[in-house]
Write a protein that binds this ligand. Structure first.
Ligand code: PRX
Length: 668
């Protein structure tokens, strides 16, 4: 891969976004109807927030009693040593996540729908009751046990958006196995790397997924991945499409066959509060994606409490989060948070634009969805298709809208508010990360006046701060800098699977002793946070987090490539697009168009289709300092078409390379 960025320290990049004119900000007050019905109004927010910071242990002990059913209570509430990456919550307590998401609801909710499933084809719909969820999860849990899976074993889940994906996650939780869900859009190579890194020995997948009318060859991908994974002894395959798939009788088992043989009850494993619950791989600024590992009690408490208060979830509400279970949003806000609260959660197999851009709003009407949570990239994409798809539907059931995954531009926010929500529904812009487990900064709909584009104020128990390049906390209310969290919260990352030092290096070394988010932010005069985006070498493409180094590593695999440097550039729909600068081996004379195509294919097959570069520029040289470090600041500006202010290029080893880069811009 390419060399690391050397030129711009994070705070400098955060500050580049300063200077907004705040005078024309449109403030949207809490609607009266919302203030009346919401769990938390502004006075309550202020009081509870204050308490959560001044007496965190007292605060969280109370919440833990409210939100979780325990087999045994804790001996210590919290213990944290951030510079060592050591975080413990509710030590000594015992619980089971699947029990909390299913069993404890059965006396009251056995017949209530837990999961509404909406297939890619609108004719495919299912309602799964809490009792049915229980039975499915127990059968699968017993099947996993029958294949030798025990507490602490890792199980990989590579699934489309079908109910069995949720059953698989909960079945692991029930028996104390640690799941690692790999997004179904990842390539065989990415799947292989993740299986090997956490030594998963069982894989749960499907014959094919279905998205936008097209089949996704999951079992075939798995087959390719597993040729390098000799430790995987069992593959459970859900029959989704019924098309033929390759079969290895020594290893492969049909999901429907093995679960049919099993009992519909399975005693939940009694887990310690700090036992690992799951691993989820995510990209960083260097190296391979890391396996973010979460704990049990703190994670569940954070997911459940934020789900209830941020979405103001009331009994009987129909709640829909459009994320994929392959990402943290799907974990915390399709499965664990909602089910812990006894909610009805909608799971959608398809895509927002198929068969046309009205699909989401038709689903809202069909299932009378009250709460709708999606990503800015989807909003921009649908906005681009015009208002008619929206206004053709009633959307009268909607009460609240949410967004997550990237900064939302005010235009998209206003469209979402006005056209989708008929100016009736507050929008919760929720900032958080794979590593935070749950929502960290967000409006509460009954408490917080909204400003389009701002994630507003911290959730209970979350202590954000802004620091300058030297790690000094900026004490003025109005400030711009790097976003850190100064104290522990329950859903915090516990370790990186197999490499605890990486947690320390990645999150706790840059601005010691704080947790560094990798994001820049601005705080306005009202104390509202405005997330400006990543300040490290992580890109956010349609809400997918991708390391520049990952794409560079894929590109340099090609024999014609000598060196590659990758940056993100502003993209109207995707938020960021990928721009790759590639220097070729001396003497290479391949056709540039064919080579470009081959490189795009390489990235697709190494990472996944969502990581394909938008532009590839061949360059005789990259802008480097005399010590050989690539100056990414210049590459970012050229990619962004921000050519007036390239900054000082006199320190470059060869300033002439910039002229060539400018003359041959790929997007020009
Ligand atoms: O840059 C921030 C952006 O997404 C990053 C986290 O990505 P990931 O771990 O994949 O989790 C995404 C879903 C929680 C953050 O570092 N991000 C997430 N939410 C927002 C956001 N940026 C601005 N506003 C948000 N609401």
């Amino acid at each position: 891969g390419g060399a690391r960025s050397a030129d711009s320290k994070p705070a400098e990049r955060a500050e580049q976004t300063e200077g907004h004119d705040m005078s024309d900000i449109h403030v949207v007050p809490v609607p009266d109807s919302m203030a009346d019905r919401a769990f938390i109004n502004d006075d309550q927010y202020q009081a509870m927030y204050e308490r959560s910071i001044s007496d965190p242990d007292g605060f969280w002990a109370e919440q833990a009693d409210i939100f979780i059913d325990w087999y045994e209570k804790w001996t210590t509430i919290s213990e944290a040593d951030l510079p060592a990456g050591r975080v413990r919550w509710f030590e000594g307590a015992k619980l089971n996540i699947a029990y909390n998401c299913i069993d404890r609801h059965l006396p009251e909710r056995a017949e209530q729908t837990a999961i509404i499933w909406e297939g890619d084809d609108a004719a495919d719909t299912a309602h799964i009751s809490y009792q049915a969820l229980h039975d499915h999860v127990c059968r699968l849990a017993n099947a996993l046990k029958a294949r030798g899976v025990k507490k602490g074993d890792r199980v990989c889940i590579y699934m489309p958006m079908i109910p069995e994906a949720a059953y698989a996650m909960l079945a692991c939780m029930r028996i104390g196995a640690i799941h690692s869900v790999v997004f179904g859009g990842f390539s065989p190579q990415s799947l292989r790397d993740r299986i090997l890194d956490s030594d998963c020995r069982v894989l749960i997948t499907a014959d094919e997924g279905v998205r936008g009318g097209r089949a996704v060859p999951l079992k075939a991908n798995a087959e390719e991945a597993l040729s390098d994974c000799p430790n995987v002894h069992t593959v459970l395959t859900v029959r989704r499409t019924g098309n033929d798939v390759a079969w290895n009788p020594d290893r492969d088992v049909w999901y429907h066959e093995i679960t049919a043989e099993q009992a519909a009850s399975c005693e939940p494993e009694v887990m310690d509060a700090e036992d690992p619950s799951f691993i989820l791989y995510t990209s960083g600024s260097t190296g391979k994606p890391k396996g973010v590992q979460h704990g049990t009690a703190g994670y569940l408490l954070h997911a459940a409490m934020t789900h209830k208060y941020v979405f103001d979830y009331h009994d009987g509400d129909i709640y829909w989060c459009t994320a994929d279970v392959g990402w943290i949003t799907g974990h915390s806000y399709i499965v664990y948070g909602p089910l812990a609260n006894g909610a009805t959660t909608l799971m959608f197999e398809g895509v927002p634009t198929w068969p046309d851009a009205g699909r989401c709003w038709e689903i809202v009407d069909k299932h009378q969805v009250n709460i709708f949570y999606t990503a800015p990239t989807a909003i921009r994409q649908l906005m681009g298709q015009g208002d008619d798809y929206v206004t053709a539907t009633a959307r009268a059931s909607l009460k609240l809208l949410g967004t997550v995954g990237e900064p939302i531009n005010p235009e998209a926010w206003e469209w979402y508010h006005k056209v989708v929500g008929d100016e009736r529904c507050p929008i919760v812009d929720t900032w958080w990360q794979t590593e935070t487990g749950g929502i960290m900064i967000s409006p509460l709909p009954g408490a917080t006046a909204l400003k389009p584009g701002s994630a507003t104020r911290p959730f209970f128990g979350v202590a954000p701060a802004l620091v300058d390049t030297d790690g000094r906390i900026l004490t003025e209310t109005e400030a711009s800098g790097n976003l850190v969290i100064t104290s522990s919260w329950p859903g915090q990352i516990r370790t990186v699977y197999g490499d605890h030092q990486r947690v320390i290096d990645t999150y706790y070394s840059t601005y010691k002793p704080y947790y560094f988010t990798g994001d820049g932010a601005r705080r306005d005069a009202d104390g509202y946070y405005w997330i400006t985006g990543r300040v490290d070498d992580v890109m956010n493409v349609s809400g997918h987090r991708i390391g520049t180094a990952e794409v560079e590593s894929a590109l340099v695999l090609h024999e014609a490539v000598a060196e590659a440097a990758v940056v993100g550039f502003p993209h109207d729909v995707k938020g960021e697009g990928i721009y790759a600068y590639v220097t070729l081996m001396v003497g290479n004379n391949e056709d540039p168009e064919a080579l470009r195509e081959a490189l795009v294919q390489l990235v697709r097959s190494e990472i996944g289709p969502f990581a394909r570069p938008e532009h590839i520029q061949f360059a005789p040289g990259l802008p480097k300092t005399r010590s050989g470090k690539i100056m990414r600041r210049i590459l970012r500006k050229i990619a962004a078409d921000d050519l007036d202010n390239l900054g000082d290029t006199s320190t470059l080893a060869d300033p002439a390379v910039v002229d060539d880069l400018l003359a041959n811009r790929a997007s020009a």
